[in-house]
Design a binder for this molecule. Sequence first.
Ligand code: ATP
Length: 202
Amino acid sequence: MRFSKLKLTGFKSFVDPTDLIIADGLTGVVGPNGCGKSNLLEALRWVMGENRPKSMRGGAMEDVIFAGAATRPARNFAEVVLTMDNSERLAPSGFNDSDQLEIVRRITRDVGSAYKTNGKDVRARDVQMLFADASTGAHSPALVGQNRIAELINAKPRSRRRILEEAAGISGLYQRRHEAELKLKGTEANLTRVDDVLEQLG
Ligand code: ATP
């Protein structure tokens, strides 16, 4: 799947609706200090389901909402829309019935985040799994922020392995394994309870 457009509204310094057309190939963002380069990369991570405020350089997730400036009041919500070209039907199954895939994440003060894919309400997990299965996502090695290259060179083998796994497209399996393990534990606990009851009855 190819990212084709990113639209930001009220997200950090992008207070007015701003469209960023993403062309084919490698995309670099350049500009003077403080113009919002990192905010753009964060918007991309955020719409893909990032849920750690720290990785958005904030203390709480609501810190991504435009906080106001001398001449403009703060906003009540922030929204990021990511449009992807799915004409080659590369989206994972369940998302594969249209030429374009549009993911929307909106955060409203005191309410929290809501997600949509092609206009339909979905859970954060659905969006995170969509990108994990498509071998990209909030932690994708394809998003290279400032200092990231040095970080990669100095990374421990374990972290490098994660990057290779991401590139191999198997990182979605980790989440599924974790969820399966939790279910298994719950079932084992239920079985123990059933055994106890049977023992009391017998
Ligand atoms: P540098 O090259 O120095 O790293 P940059 O181009 O990556 O800069 P960013 O860090 O993306 O710039 O943007 C920083 C700007 O975003 C700052 O001016 C900061 O005040 C503004 N900003 C961050 N969060 C918010 C917010 N919630 N509301 C309004 N402005 C914000």
